[in-house]
Design a protein around this ligand. Sequence first.
Ligand code: IMP
Ligand code: MG
Length: 175
Amino acid sequence: MAKTRILLSQEEIRAKVKQLSAKVSEDYKDKNPLIICVLKGAVVFLSDFIRHLTIPVEIDFMAVSSYGHSTSTSGVVRILKDLETGIENRDIIILEDIIDSGLTLGYLRENLLSRNPRSIKIVTLLDKPERRMMDIEPDYCGFCIPDEFVVGYGLDFNEKYRNLPDLCVLLEFEK
Ligand code: IMP
Ligand code: MG
């Protein structure tokens, strides 16, 4: 097991996720939004987030990838798995684990906008605003974090560490 340092404890995350769900429930109280979870990192967040919602919602999944395994984004994005649901005239909430350069979400938002939804908003658990390369801001954000590579609570390094219950900084990289 690699050395890690806890950045956000599971208790802190739990409290914040509850707040975010309450805010979204309030803002969408007469709506029936479709939540699009961006695989794979956002699945842990999704499962906690939706259980605090007090409005009817539907969920769907998309997988997008920047090429290669690395701790920084290459800038090329492609769709690995598309939605099962049509989104025309739907209120869409994109649920992300983390916004880093913003390239992934920038691409995703443009792609979804071309399908004529009624609205699109972005919920992210984490934001690294220092690293932004695109003009994209979340509508709801859990935590702004410094420019450090984090794992746990769904986030990975080379597909590992998603199962850690806390959000941790990786102090040494190993396979
Ligand atoms: P962006 O396109 O640069 O905004 O990258 C977003 C994606 O990169 C996220 O959905 C994550 O999968 C991944 N990512 C960015 N920063 C981190 C990190 O610190 N830990 C784990 N994954 C990250
Ligand atoms: Mg990832």
